[in-house]
Design a protein around this ligand. Sequence first.
Ligand code: SAM
Length: 228
Amino acid sequence: QLSKRLHCAASYIIPGMSIADIGSDHAYLPSYAVKQGKATFAVAGEIADGPFQSAKEQVEKVGLEHLIDVRKGDGLEVIEPGEVDCIIIAGMGGPLITHILQEGKSKLPGVSRLVLQPNIGAEHVRRWLLENDWKLVEEQILEEDRKIYEVLIAERGTPVEPYNQSELLMGPFLLKRKNEAFYNKWSSELKAWHNILDNLERAQTRPETEGKRQELLQKISLVEEALN
Ligand code: SAM
């Protein structure tokens, strides 16, 4: 049984696509996508030994070695240019996801869809997409086991209007149809930011904290506006 989070990510693979799941860990996502007949072929990439072994075991267990290639390596170095149609990177922080995309840029020609699931810092991912001529075509936000996850789907192109600060932070699609997970995520972020702000204000004002304070104030105002 695939988690709700990975199920959501897998649902954005267009049937017939070949995929690469980078940071695949147990290879649950490619196993599911290939078994369902959605993905024709998959690469499961892993940098770490333990997860690489568990990916291999999982693929053997489901008997899909001929359709899922488990490869060990850093980020996109495990794929050849033009080898896959869709890249999935799930369960990592936004800065790590953008680092992997940035470092692996030479592998992106031929890729038509990115499915990215940052656990935190989705803002970094949206900014990278915008700066690298990818546009969001859909976003989802969901809650599972009291954690909130965002799933970002991008294709090549530029959005009609570049994303503004609110959209970079909270997501252009997510802002248009705020669901319960959206409210829960941003109200808890707000609470945390107010706490940090209180601490900063109690401490002596120093030039290095002033920048941080201004940044927080700006984010708070964007989020408060979205929640009201
Ligand atoms: N994608 C799976 C999911 O969403 O359930 C696993 C997420 S797990 C938290 C992150 C995995 O990414 C780990 O197994 C880690 O070893 C792997 N990873 C981290 N950095 C990586 C990189 N640069 N290249 C490939 N894999 C990486």
